[in-house]
Structures are given as structure tokens and as C-alpha cells.
Design a protein around this ligand. Structure first.
Ligand SMILES: *Cc1c(COP(=O)(O)O)cnc(C)c1O
Length: 393
């Protein structure tokens, strides 16, 4: 046999007893079967065997198990981004004629997917005020099939009463042919600040892009359930859509997970310190962060959460010219302009007033959201202080 053939059909088999802290990076599209009988009998949905890379490898199965543990659930599917995980849930659970309910302060691309893609398939999105359970109750109809939840709300960081909202969904279910499913986007809580299932959610989703990875270098999403039937619906759609994640990306998230609680706590403490300090600075009208008294949902956050993501949002004085706010953001040096959060580098995003449509936004300027990274707090405070001098110049 030619050496190139022997190189490809090589006899070496790694011994089975290699044991080390890191999970192996198993890459595969093709997975071998030892016989026709094995090829015909293996079920891709059964995690005791492997069939094809898209349906899982030891690396992705390990990550799924660990994310399910983090969220307090039993089953997990992985998607190539947080947004892909959101779209997967919608596509798995909704059919033409259905309605879904989304909080008006939800992650923007979740709303866009619903109002454009889902609308085109005959699914109607309706928006509710997450801070008013009676508003959700009034909008649940015979056609409602899915209710999205987010705590805290994207950008404006209101903390809703999740137990009250999920109880309303459960109470509406008896007698329905297809029960309403409540889905929590738990990217903010990260499975660290609270457990979505304990607060009543049926499905808990996360952008692993944020805290679980922690590196600002990978995109991934997860969808966790405690209900095997619901998991099966999600898994079948996941397979039909061909959603897969790369082994190297899974490895990055596996590497981030052991330090998630430490990073969450450290970034939380730094963000609270800076949010409190910003409140008393000239030019600042208001700082939004659930741990600050007066921030919407502060009491509910105190009751239901043991920590907060490292985000705070600043509303600048109405009297400032819009160019001053832009100059402030451009003057920041350690806080970089960029989307996402939970990575090592602190970030700032100035949203425009027009982007707040669909929300009650009574302020002259759009909100400016800060995501605190892992730099020393004193350096970050000094950066904000020099930019505030530019704001007020
Ligand atoms: C970032 C984010 C997502 C989407 O995650 P990607 O991996 O960037 O697609 C979804 N929901 C929330 C709340 C997020 O912050």
C-alpha cells in the first residue's frame, strides 16, 4: 500500500484512558460506523452514539451537558450564535396563524426576526410591557403560542417580575391544544445571577457569546429545557435547519465556563461602583442599573437575583447638545466603541433616540450603554472622568 494511503487509513488508535482537565477537540463531519448494522441502528437523537458531525461530537455533547447544568435544566441544543438560538426557538414552536408576545424592551434583533421573518410566514408578533403583568395578561389570546421574557431588558435594563409573568402564562394554558411556552433570554443573568427555571420559564436561552465564553472571540447560543418533549421539538428543527457549532468554538466556551462565576462577580462589582459614581456626575440625568434604588424593577431584582451583569446605561441631561454626547463617547479611551459584553475590554454603545421606537423614552438623547470589562476600576473611572470633562466643556 502506498504511504499516502497508509497515512490516511492509519492503524494508530489513541488509548481510551487519557484523562486531563481540558475536553478534547473532536472535529468531524464524517463519523465512522463499524458495520452496516451499526449504521442502520444508530439514532442521531441518541447521545450514546455518534452519527454525523452536525448531530454532535464528544466536544459538543460535553458543552451541552455543562450548559444544561449551568442553567439548572436537563437538555440543551447549541446554535452558532445567540440570535440563531432565538430564531431556532421561534421556528421550532410557531406555525402560521400563531401569535407570539415579546417585551417591548427585548433584544432588538429578536424583535426584527419576529416582525420581518415570522410576519412573512403568517406569524404575528405582539409587544407587551414587561413591567406590567396586567398588560401581558390582556394580550394573551387564543392564538398565543410563545411568550418571550428578558431580565433585565436589553439596553434599558428594567428588571421584570418573572414569577408573575410566567405564572400568567401557566394559568392561561389549561384547555389549550398547544400550550403557550415561556422562553427566557437569560444572557444577562448567565445562569449565575438567578435560575430561569426556578422563576418559571419553560425554555432558557443564552448567548454563550457573552459570559460563558468571556473572551469576546466566539459566537454561540444555547437553548435549555427541562421537558423531554419540548427538547425533542427543538432538536428536530435544529437538525432540519442544519445548525451546527465548530469544535474549536465549543472548546473556547468550555475553557471559559470554569471561571464564569468569578468573572461575573468581579465585573458586577466594578459595574456597580462605576454606575453609582456616574449618577452624581455633572451632565448625567439618570443611570439605569437594577441594583440602583429607583432603577425600574430594583425591588424585584433584589428579591429574585443574587447578582447583576456588568452593564449600566446612562441618560444624559436633556439640555446638552447631541454633539456633546458624541464627543463624550469619542473621547473614551479604555471603554471602546463596540457591541456585545462580558469580555475583557470595557465597551460603550450610544443608541440613537430613533432606535428606542416602540418604547416609552421621554428623554432628548438616546441611552448610552456601558459594559464593564476586566480592567482596574480606577483606570475605568479616570477614563469616564476625562470624557465627562469633554462632555461638559
Ligand atoms: C448578545 C445577545 C444576543 C445575541 O447573541 P449573539 O451571539 O451576538 O447572536 C441575544 N440576546 C441578548 C440579550 C444578547 O445580549
Amino acid at each position: 500500500m502506498d504511504s499516502i494511503t497508509r497515512l490516511i487509513h492509519h492503524g494508530y488508535r489513541a488509548p481510551a484512558d487519557f484523562d486531563a482537565p481540558a475536553v478534547g477537540v473532536h472535529k468531524a463531519s464524517t463519523v465512522f460506523f463499524p458495520s452496516v448494522a451499526a449504521l442502520r441502528s444508530r439514532d442521531w437523537k441518541d447521545k450514546s452514539a455518534y452519527t454525523y458531525g452536525l448531530h454532535g461530537t464528544p466536544t459538543t455533547f460535553t458543552l451541552e451537558e455543562r450548559i444544561a447544568t449551568l442553567e439548572g435544566g436537563t437538555h440543551c441544543v447549541l446554535a452558532p450564535s445567540g440570535l440563531a438560538a432565538i430564531a431556532l426557538v421561534d421556528m421550532a414552536l410557531l406555525r402560521a396563524g400563531d401569535e407570539l408576545l415579546i417585551p417591548h424592551n427585548a433584544y432588538g434583533p429578536n424583535k426584527s426576526f419576529a416582525s420581518v421573518e415570522l410576519a412573512g410566514w403568517g406569524v404575528r408578533a405582539r409587544y407587551y410591557d414587561p413591567m406590567d403583568p396586567a398588560d401581558l395578561a390582556a394580550r394573551i389570546s387564543d392564538k398565543t403560542r410563545l411568550v418571550w421574557l428578558e431580565a433585565a431588558g436589553s439596553v434599558t435594563l428594567e428588571f421584570p417580575d418573572l414569577p408573575a409573568l410566567t405564572a400568567l402564562v401557566r394559568a392561561a394554558n389549561p384547555g389549550r391544544a398547544r400550550p403557550i411556552v415561556s422562553v427566557l433570554d437569560n444572557t444577562w443573568g448567565a445562569g449565575v445571577a438567578f435560575r430561569g427555571f426556578d422563576l418559571g420559564a419553560d425554555v432558557v436561552l443564552q448567548a454563550l457569546t457573552k459570559y460563558p465564553s468571556g473572551g469576546a472571540d466566539v459566537l454561540m447560543g444555547s437553548v435549555v429545557t427541562r421537558d423531554p418533549a419540548l427538547h425533542r421539538e427543538l432538536l428536530l428543527t435544529h437538525m432540519r435547519l442544519g445548525l451546527g457549532v465548530g469544535a474549536n468554538d465549543a472548546e473556547l466556551v468550555l475553557r471559559g465556563l470554569p471561571s464564569i462565576a468569578l468573572r461575573y462577580a468581579a465585573q458586577d462589582a466594578a459595574a456597580r461602583e462605576l454606575a453609582g459614581w456616574m449618577q452624581s456626575q455633572a451632565g448625567v440625568q439618570r443611570v439605569l442599573h437594577p441594583a440602583l434604588p429607583g432603577s425600574p424593577g430594583h425591588e424585584t431584582w433584589q428579591r429574585d437575583a443574587s447578582g447583576a451583569a456588568s452593564l449600566f446605561t446612562v441618560v444624559f441631561d436633556d439640555g446638552l447638545a447631541p454633539e456633546r454626547v458624541v464627543a463624550f463617547c469619542d473621547a473614551l479611551r479604555l471603554f471602546r466603541l463596540g457591541y456585545s459584553w462580558a469580555g475583557p475590554v470595557s465597551l460603550c454603545v450610544p443608541y440613537e433616540r430613533a432606535e428606542m421606537c416602540g418604547r416609552d423614552w421621554p428623554h432628548a438623547h438616546g441611552p448610552v450603554r456601558f459594559a464593564v470589562g476586566l480592567e482596574a476600576v480606577e483606570d475605568l473611572r479616570a477614563d469616564l472622568a476625562q470624557a465627562l470633562r469633554v462632555l461638559n466643556a
